[in-house]
Structure formats: structure tokens, C-alpha cells
Design a protein around this ligand. Structure first.
Ligand code: SF4
Length: 575
């Protein structure tokens, strides 16, 4: 059995923007915050907002204080004015595409046109749009209602942004035939159109479609309807626990899509749940390989092997003899720090990788023991290298743990302070720590000083790790936003971060031949160019959404470090 996830599944631009504005406000201010009406149609996101102290109001109070967020659907202008008059500071999270429809309606209403809005009368977006139509606005939900309207001298037709494209085409044909003078605006959001087209294509190629999203979300319900029109099993679920596996027993290929208000972590949960059930139905060998891969990645044992391998690659590049102690220090230090930090952050991990969060919760004793043993092992190996190295590793371990300590703001305010709240600090410090243990410590241990080659290799290793960590930060963006962490992708945005990472990879690929051309590095080290090149290809596949499974992505990303070690090992033996 195979699972395919639609590329358009999850938050659309407008919803993501509104949710981000709400979390950013919660992380930046201590003032009371509320949303006027539910921010989006997803109960899990709404309860998360409540956890952050953002509550929903449905009535406008006479006197108010604090911030009020207008949701992505928008509201009528008179209600907006009333919010301001009551004393609220208004954060307008109306989707820019809805704002465009509002402007079309209000501009034409002022010029005497009768605005006809094709949409669900009760839908908040339509209620908001109608507020811009003045006295002569009309909402139609069906062809019959449209045909019952009086003839207008001047009229415009617009649609709710999430309207069914096929229905709009019927409306357009009717208007062209009966009222050629009416102005028609196709205001269906292309995100909706793309999502609907994709679910249609998906349903044609799979045996069953799972549509993930709030039961009250109109656009999610429409996706389920479109999937069902293809005579395929279509399950509309809110969470992974709603998936009725009995309905899927005959399906050999399952498609997953999600409404515009469904957060990534719920889609991941549904996917991971199905993936685990599918693994259970396959052969013993596949099941073993899948379980082993999950365990190695989530326990950071695979990452530790990668850190050891990267150290081996750095030693080869720097022309140092192989030293077991250096490799051991790097592998154990990285294992202890990553495991300890993930343990400390595990309550937030449910918004990034629900399976990993559960793994950390279930195995907390084992993982705490593993992190402690790894830390002691790293200290013992560094002691064997010499007191200086012991002190360095001890200080780095203490800093690694201190990094996670954060202080609440004054009077228990929401705003937090601490090293890890410095924007981008986690990614940069992680890269530096890896670079130190993988390149600088082995170089100082062997030579007692640092050469130009050592500094170049340090930068090369740190850059590899920076790309790795920033890539995982991209995958964890929703969780970081909720936690109020200023990671590189949060600051730069996803597209710019990927561009930056590609540029770093290109520089890394060029650094080795340049190092050789300037006589700093030996020629065989050029073979390691393969690592940044493959990482670049992997980033490209991520952009094209070719791999969805988080566990496979994690496994592949960590494998580049192992590959560096294998290349170095072969080079040491043969060259
Ligand atoms: S579906 Fe389109 S119009 Fe509606 S919130 Fe999303 S991006 Fe905006």
C-alpha cells in the first residue's frame, strides 16, 4: 500500500498569515489578546490559541482594552469601526485576497452597481463582504436563487474565495447568456482552485482519499465532496484518531489532502499513523528496517554516527592521522546535547513532529539515561585526550544545557528571555559546536596549533551542519512560531532560507577545490564535494515536495554526514 500527500495540503497563505500574526502578537506583548470570531475553522488550532491566552469574542463590548485580531475571512466595515471605538487596538489579519474582493465590492457599490455575491450566506467571509455592498447587496447560494433575482441595470458578480469553481462556471454562463452587461469577477482564490484541482487528480489515481480538517471548515468539506464525486472512498477526518481503518482495508493507494485551515502537525500525524500501520502490513524485513530507521533517527543514535563520521572526514581533509578519541568525543557530545535539548523541548515537539514527541514522552527514562551516559562518555574520552580538552568539552556541555534556560518576563509575562530566544542562535551555535568537536579539537590535539587548512575545514563542517539544522528549522516552522522562537526560517521566510542554504552549499562545494588550488588542502579531499552537491539535490526535492515522510527526510539528511565519513574512510584506505 502506498500513501501520497497532496502538495497543496495544509495552511493557505491567508490562514498561515493570520495564525502567524496571532502567535507573533502573543509572543511579543503582554496585553490581553482576543480574536473577533474564531480565527480559523480548526478546533485544534483554536485550542492552541487558547493555551497561548488568545480567546474568542463574538460580541463587541462597549469598553475594551488590549488587542483584537480580525480573522482571515474579514468582517463588515461597521464592525471594524465598532471594535476601534470600543477601545481595542485592531490587528487586521484579513487575507489580502479577501481584501481584494472587499475593494471590488465597495468600489462598484459606490458607483451604483448591485453587488451579487455567490457564496454561503452564513459564511463569515460572505457576511463581511456583504458589509461592503451597501444597501443593494445580494447573496446567492444556488442557480435557483440567482435566477430569482430582479434584473439590475448595473451589477457585478463576485464569489466567496472558497467557492466551487464548477459552480462559478455555471454562474458565469448564465450571466453571459441572460445579462451580458453584468461585470463578472472570478474571485475564487487560486489556492482553493489548485487544491480542488489537485484533489480531483489525486482521487482519479488512488483508491481512497483522506481529507484532513475541521468538520466546520467549508473548504475542507468541499474537498471531501470533490473526492467523493470521483466515486472513491472519501474520509473527512479532523485528527489521526478519526481515521477509520476498516474503510481502507481494500485500498492499495491512499491519498491525503487537507483544508486550508489544517495545520501541518495534524497532517503529519495522520500520515505518520498511516505509515506505521502500513509498515505493520508489510514483510518482516521491511517492518524491521522501518522500525530500526525510526528508532535510530529519533534516538539521535544515527545523528551521533553522523557526527563521528563528519569528524573522520574533517581529519582526513586536514591530513591528520585517525584518532578514536576525537571521533568518540564528537559522537558522544553531539548525542548527549541533542538528546538533552530535545527532551527539554518535547512539549513543543507535538506541533512539529507528533510521533517524535510521543517517542520522547514514552522513552523519557531511557533517553535521559542515554543522554547522561553519552555526556559522561564524551567527558571521559576528552579526559583521555588531555585536561585542556576535558575542560573545553565540560564548558561546551554546560553551555549547551544553559542554552535552554529561559526566564519568564516580569510578573510572569508571556514574553521570555534567554540565550535561545536570540534570533537564529540555535542554528548558529549548533553549527559552531559541531565544527569545534569535529575539526578544531582533533587539529589541536594532533598538532597543538591551528593551520589555515584546519580553519577552512572547521568552516566547511560548521556550514554543513548549519544547512542541516536550518533545514530542520524549516520543517519545524509552525512549532517555532507557536513557541515564539526566532529561527532563521522564521526571520527570513522559507523561500529565502532555502535560497540562503543553496548559496552556502554552493560555497561549500567550491571551497574544497579552491582550498586545493591554493595549496591548503590535498587533492583527494575533493571527493567530499559530493556531500554539498547531494544536499543541494535533497533541498531541491524538498522544494518540489517529493518526500513527505518526516522520518525519511530526517534519515536522508543525517546520511550526508555518514557519507562524508564513508568517503573519508575509503580515501584513507585507498589513497
Ligand atoms: S483560501 Fe485564499 S482567500 Fe481564503 S484565506 Fe486562504 S489564501 Fe486567503
Amino acid at each position: 500500500m502506498k500513501v501520497t500527500v497532496a502538495k497543496t495540503a495544509g495552511f493557505c497563505m491567508g490562514v498561515r498569515r493570520a495564525v502567524e500574526m496571532a502567535f507573533d502578537a502573543a509572543n511579543a506583548t503582554t496585553a490581553p489578546i482576543c480574536t473577533y470570531g474564531p480565527l480559523i475553522h480548526n478546533p485544534q488550532v483554536l485550542s492552541l490559541l487558547e493555551e497561548k491566552g488568545i480567546f474568542v469574542i463574538s460580541e463587541i463590548p462597549e469598553a475594551a482594552e488590549g488587542l483584537v485580531i480580525i480573522r482571515a475571512h474579514g468582517i463588515p466595515p461597521r464592525e471594524r469601526d465598532a471594535l476601534v471605538e470600543s477601545g481595542f487596538e485592531v490587528i487586521d489579519a484579513t487575507c489580502p485576497r479577501v481584501v481584494r474582493v472587499q475593494s471590488i465590492i465597495s468600489r462598484h457599490a459606490r458607483q451604483g452597481y448591485a453587488p451579487i455575491i455567490v457564496g454561503d450566506r452564513e459564511h463569515p467571509e460572505v457576511v463581511g463582504l456583504l458589509g461592503y455592498a451597501g444597501e443593494n447587496g445580494h447573496v446567492v447560494e444556488s442557480m435557483e436563487a440567482l435566477e430569482r433575482l430582479p434584473d439590475f441595470e448595473k451589477a457585478i458578480i463576485v464569489t466567496q474565495t472558497t467557492q466551487n469553481a464548477a459552480f462559478f462556471e455555471k454562474v458565469r454562463s448564465w450571466a453571459l447568456q441572460n445579462h451580458p452587461g453584468y461585470k463578472i469577477f472570478n474571485t475564487i482564490c487560486d489556492s482553493t482552485e489548485k487544491r480542488q484541482a489537485e484533489v480531483k487528480a489525486l482521487a482519479a489515481n488512488v483508491d481512497a482519499v483522506i481529507v484532513v480538517g475541521g468538520y466546520s471548515s467549508g473548504n475542507t468539506r468541499r474537498l471531501a465532496e470533490i473526492a467523493a464525486e470521483n466515486k472513491k472512498t472519501a474520509l473527512h477526518v479532523e485528527t489521526a484518531s478519526d481515521v477509520d481503518i476498516e474503510n481502507l482495508t481494500d485500498a492499495r493507494h491512499i491519498g491525503i489532502t487537507a483544508g486550508a485551515s489544517t495545520p501541518n502537525w495534524i497532517i503529519k500525524q495522520v500520515y505518520q499513523d498511516l505509515e506505521a500501520r502500513l509498515a505493520g502490513g508489510r514483510g518482516v524485513l521491511y517492518r524491521f528496517a522501518y522500525t530500526a530507521m525510526r528508532f535510530l533517527v529519533n534516538s539521535n543514535l544515527y545523528l551521533a554516527a553522523g557526527a563521528g563520521s563528519l569528524t573522520l572526514a574533517c581529519m582526513w581533509l586536514m591530513g591528520l592521522p585517525t584518532g578514536a578519541a576525537s571521533v568518540l568525543v564528537a559522537a558522544l557530545y553531539i548525542l548527549s546535547m541533542h538528546t538533552a535539548n530535545q527532551m527539554l523541548e518535547r512539549q513543543y515537539d507535538r506541533y512539529n513532529d507528533p510521533y517524535r514527541a510521543e517517542f520522547y514522552h514514552k522513552n523519557r527514562l531511557f533517553l535521559t539515561g542515554l543522554a547522561s551516559f553519552a555526556a559522561m562518555g564524551a567527558l571521559a574520552a576528552s579526559w583521555w585526550m588531555g585536561p585542556l580538552f576535558f575542560v573545553i568539552v565540560l564548558c561546551m556541555s554546560a553551555l549547551g544545557l544553559l542554552y535552554n534556560i529561559e526566564a519568564e518576563g516580569k510578573n510572569g509575562e508571556r514574553k521570555r528571555t534567554g540565550l535561545k530566544n536570540l534570533p537564529g542562535s540555535k542554528t548558529v551555535l549548533t553549527a559552531l559546536a559541531w565544527g569545534i568537536v569535529a575539526a578544531l579539537l582533533p587539529a589541536i590535539y594532533t598538532n597543538g596549533y591551528l593551520s589555515a587548512a584546519d580553519v577552512l575545514v572547521f568552516a566547511w563542517a560548521a556550514a554543513m551542519v548549519l544547512v542541516r539544522t536550518a533545514y530542520f528549522d524549516i520543517m519545524d516552522m509552525q512549532g517555532s512560531r507557536i513557541m515564539g522562537r526566532g529561527t532563521i526560517p522564521i526571520i527570513l521566510g522559507e523561500k529565502r532560507t532555502i535560497r540562503l542554504l543553496k548559496a552556502i552549499l554552493a560555497a561549500m562545494a567550491a571551497a574544497l577545490p579552491l582550498g586545493w588550488a591554493f595549496g591548503i588542502l590535498d587533492a583527494p579531499g575533493m571527493l567530499l564535494v559530493i556531500c554539498p552537491l547531494l544536499m543541494g539535490l535533497f533541498l531541491h526535492s524538498y522544494e518540489r515536495k517529493l518526500i513527505f515522510s518526516t522520518i525519511h527526510r530526517g534519515f536522508v539528511m543525517e546520511s550526508f554526514f555518514l557519507l562524508a565519513g564513508i568517503v573519508a574512510g575509503i580515501g584513507m584506505l585507498l589513497l
